[in-house]
Write a protein that binds this ligand. Sequence first.
Ligand SMILES: Nc1ncnc2c1ncn2[C@@H]1O[C@H](COP(=O)(O)OP(=O)(O)OP(=O)(O)O)[C@@H](O)[C@H]1O
Ligand SMILES: [Mg+2]
Length: 268
Amino acid sequence: MRTGEPLLEVGGLRVELGGRPVVADVDLRIAAGDRVGLIGESGAGKSMIAAAITGVLPEGARTSGSVRLDGRELLGAPHRQLAEVRGRRLAMVGQDALTALNPLVRVGKQLALPLRRRGLARAEIAAESAAMLRSVGMTDVERILRSRPGQLSGGQRQRILIAMALACSPGLLIADEPTTALDVTVQQEVLAVLDRLTRAGDPPPALLFISHDLPVVARSCERVAVLRGGRVVEHGPVGDVLTAPEHPYTRELLAAARLTAWPEELVP
Ligand SMILES: Nc1ncnc2c1ncn2[C@@H]1O[C@H](COP(=O)(O)OP(=O)(O)OP(=O)(O)O)[C@@H](O)[C@H]1O
Ligand SMILES: [Mg+2]
């Protein structure tokens, strides 16, 4: 990557589904190690932006604009090239671990796959898998490795997804509502794990954090973009956007979060 060139550069991105634009004119620049939040109401197009970046748009979606990773254009690039670049540099944690994990295959086997591809021997794979689970705060490691995803709690599955996503040391981690499906107390624990691990990497990955939960974004990110009807209506440093929102829609979001003034302790 050339110096000063962003890790991810999304320019004039447009996504149409069934002839209807669901993402329009979206620009987003993320440099190595940046932590960027993307917020907006349900249906705003947040997940479609993530899908355009990761290359898993619904069938029939039409895209235009540009998605560059390490300076290479991904929109419309050949499938092989996409798989290679995305597999190496990009990882994603979604909302629903049950669909992201294979329900029939034991966790240990799913964790082992990428490790085997990296050429690790059997004993190393066992040690590394256990270490991955401990890194996301799990103690009952042997049992979890033997379990199938359906035998675990939602919080445990989400921790496993985080461990798997970070195992390949991605340059960019996209987290799309990673805790929305969890109970409030479990949400806090899983967020703390995500926060700790993404800040601790060497080098730490850049983070694109998608959420409708403003306090979460304020804690985890340095910059934030506010999305409405597929368009970015406001973006800037988290502290600026949330303490002095310029767009009426951002003010609405703040009000909806029942925060009229942004609590001091949440402003970075
Ligand atoms: N598979 C699909 N086929 C057709 N339209 C879709 C599909 N998935 C999403 N959409 C539409 O695209 C728009 C953007 O959806 P998207 O999933 O990106 O919203 P979101 O901001 O992620 O919302 P949420 O906070 O509920 O996850 C919505 O109008 C949605 O109805
Ligand atoms: Mg979504």
